[in-house]
Write a protein that binds this ligand. Structure first.
Ligand SMILES: C[S@@+](CC[C@H](N)C(=O)[O-])C[C@H]1O[C@@H](n2cnc3c(N)ncnc32)[C@H](O)[C@@H]1O
Length: 263
């Protein structure tokens, strides 16, 4: 895995950037954190799926993700005093079942998507002079006109306003970063007053750095999936692949948001 990562041009581009430290909530298998790993050094992860936790630990062991504790439930999570003192950012691809078209689109009335409130609870526990930004990720329906999605987005905007955070967002398709697929993701940053560039140097990276063609191959046996004959392990793998943020997509999202900070 590390060798594959190193072979990707995209990972070389930002080697010299200064990184921010981060807490990752709803880490899944770490796609967001991997994509942002040249800009953010994750100190702790919060994820309640044992399958995803196993993948996270494997990616730490092979050096793709920074090592850190994995805490199982966001509802019980409180950063240790040391982590709280040393964290600049919270990264969170929060559950999308209350947002996505395949889900119920009930917004904050869906208890899984309503867990987004823990992003703000975690922010409030960080050292006020140190914390710099929140980075949220979700499916494209987050910006749809559906009342549930609108309600959830209004909640995020209000919580950011209450804390004096300035919110910017962008939408990135996989086809924007070299893959022949349309999957779209929304990336939002909420910056504390006075935080202009995250991290320094990121906005200088050209979009083209993330747009190299690529051709991943799936290792999920599709014919077995069609016949509904997957093993429980393959089923979990497929579920986490459905949730994952493709790392390159996250990197391009961060790059776009960095450039938008001047607007
Ligand atoms: C949209 S997925 C995140 C995907 C991730 N960004 C990635 O690239 O793999 C949301 C994740 O939140 C996790 N989750 C749901 N409820 C949770 C809870 N109460 N505490 C911690 N994690 C939770 C799910 O297991 C799922 O992996």
């Amino acid at each position: 895995m590390r060798a594959w990562l190193d072979s990707q041009k995209v990972w070389d581009v930002a080697d010299s950037l200064s990184k921010m430290t981060a807490i990752s909530l709803f880490s899944g298998v770490g796609g967001l954190e991997l994509g942002l790993s040249q800009f953010f050094h994750t100190l702790e992860y919060v994820e309640n799926s044992p399958f995803c936790t196993k993948v996270l630990l494997a990616r730490m062991a092979d050096g793709c993700l920074p090592s850190g504790k994995v805490i199982p439930d966001v509802k019980d999570y409180s950063p240790s005093p040391e982590v709280a003192r040393n964290t600049d950012a919270v990264l969170a691809g929060f559950p999308c079942q209350g947002v996505s078209q395949a889900g119920c689109q009930a917004g904050m009335a869906d208890e899984r998507s309503a867990l987004v409130s823990y992003v703000f609870k975690t922010w409030d526990k960080l050292l006020p002079g140190r914390r710099k930004l929140l980075l949220l990720e979700n499916v494209s329906a987050l910006l749809s006109r559906n009342p549930g999605c609108r309600g959830l987005m209004n909640y995020v905007i209000q919580e950011c306003n209450r804390r004096g955070l300035k919110l910017t967002w962008c939408s990135i398709r996989l086809s924007n970063c070299g893959l022949a697929a349309g999957r779209k993701r929304i990336f939002l940053i909420a910056r504390a007053a006075g935080v202009n560039h995250f991290p320094a140097g990121l906005k200088e990276i050209p979009f083209s750095a993330w747009q190299t063609p690529w051709n991943p191959t799936s290792t999920v046996p599709m014919e077995l999936w069609l016949k509904d004959e997957l093993t429980p392990e393959e089923r979990l793998r497929l579920k986490s692949m459905g949730n994952i943020v493709v790392p390159k997509q996250a990197a391009l999202g961060a790059c776009v948001l960095a450039k938008m900070q001047d607007v």
